[in-house]
Design a protein around this ligand. Sequence first.
Ligand code: ATP
Length: 348
Amino acid sequence: MRPGYLVLDGVAKRYGPITAVQGVSIEVARGEFLGLLGPSGCGKTTTLQMIAGFETPSEGRIVLDGQDLADTPPARRGIGLVFQSYALFPHMTAAENVAFGLEMRRVPRAERARRVAEALDLVHLSHLADRFPRNMSGGQQQRVALARALVIEPQLLLLDEPLSNLDAKLREEMQVELRELQRRVGVTTILVTHDQQEAMALCDRVAVMQAGRVMQVDEPWRAYEVPADGFVADFLGRSNRLPARAANGMAEAAGRRFALPPELAGARGEVMLTIRPERLRIEPEDAGALPGRVHSRVFLGASWLYRVDTALGPMMVTAQNTGAPPVEEGARVSLAWDPHSLRQLEAA
Ligand code: ATP
């Protein structure tokens, strides 16, 4: 994908003494699905609002398809918006809700009817065209909101926590639908979410934000595998810390020595290593690199999540449920891992 369709260049937003967003620079390719991901208050919504034109940046530029948006009012930006609250007009049917944006743009009646029918078809709601929002489920209402955003053939689709009002199972279904829909339509899309699973499932790349700044922009798997720092590592999933001393391609911790991966061969002195729970294996007491005791375990269906207490502190371990009985709580075990699974976190 070629970046540069939507460019945020050094964007900042201040409200009096509060800095909501600072130094945000991101390039989004045409057709890309980008997630703005981060905890509450990190500046995701403010960033989206500046792209939409509802907020003005205190600093920096936003450029869409080569055009600086500074002087373009929201209605002229060609942007489709979907919010967490579906914000449908309650007194209008699904079809009327979808048609609204076309009426505002004075699209002739025949073309309007055709495009509304197409948009409803796109979200699999043709059969509910004449229904009012109050007689539709949350998922159906959210699909109407999507159709309403897409019918204007936007240059950009902006989604602010669009699925968070739906229950877990429906949310998962809608994630798959939304991803397919975005691919089919090919519209450049920015999704705001605090849900790392949702961002990873939907997005081509994620921009992980903390305290108004972008910490890392990467494909989800890469941000998960090679997080820029401890915050990104923890926000995208569980991660264990192994404080160690490194020298000559080896690390030493809690009186045990273990190999470092080739890319960390040059590491020296005190290092903070990290490893994901699914990369640790529980082995018999003397077989692994790090002895420990199973403190507790949680059954997750497809896997078990163990907490194993070690000389380096508690380690979380996920083990696939193979159907065999789990390791008992209190059992003396050791932990093993492949050196390639170790990452080094930069000192904060
Ligand atoms: P959430 O997930 O809770 O919506 P967010 O990541 O979208 O959070 P923002 O809504 O962008 O975060 O807010 C970022 C920061 O800016 C917060 O500290 C917030 O309190 C502050 N903020 C946002 N809007 C305003 C405003 N109009 N006036 C003052 N401060 C604001």
